[in-house]
Design a protein around this ligand. Structure first.
Ligand code: ZN
Length: 83
């Protein structure tokens, strides 16, 4: 269980829940693993230069563009992303 953070992200995403608020959006739509309100909040942080998308992805708060369709659970994929 040493990589708890990553498995948590995969689990949340696999369940169709938002990585931000951990809830399933009522319309079941996720953008980069986030519900629309969390995605807007994340975008705002990026636009205001509080953080970057790359940093959010690294922290498990957003899915990378390449993996927005399905969560990455393969350890090789994860390590290639610098996690
Ligand atoms: Zn959310």
């Amino acid at each position: 269980m040493g990589r708890k953070g990553i498995s948590q992200v995969s689990k949340v995403a696999a369940e169709g829940a938002c990585l931000g608020c951990m809830k399933k959006p009522s319309n079941l739509r996720l953008i980069r693993g986030l519900c629309s309100s969390c995605y807007q909040a994340a975008r705002r942080l990026v636009v205001n230069k509080k953080t970057t998308e790359r940093e959010l992805v690294r922290q498990g708060k957003m899915l990378s563009k390449a993996n927005s369709g399905r969560p990455a659970s393969n350890p090789i994929t994860l390590s290639s992303r610098g996690l």
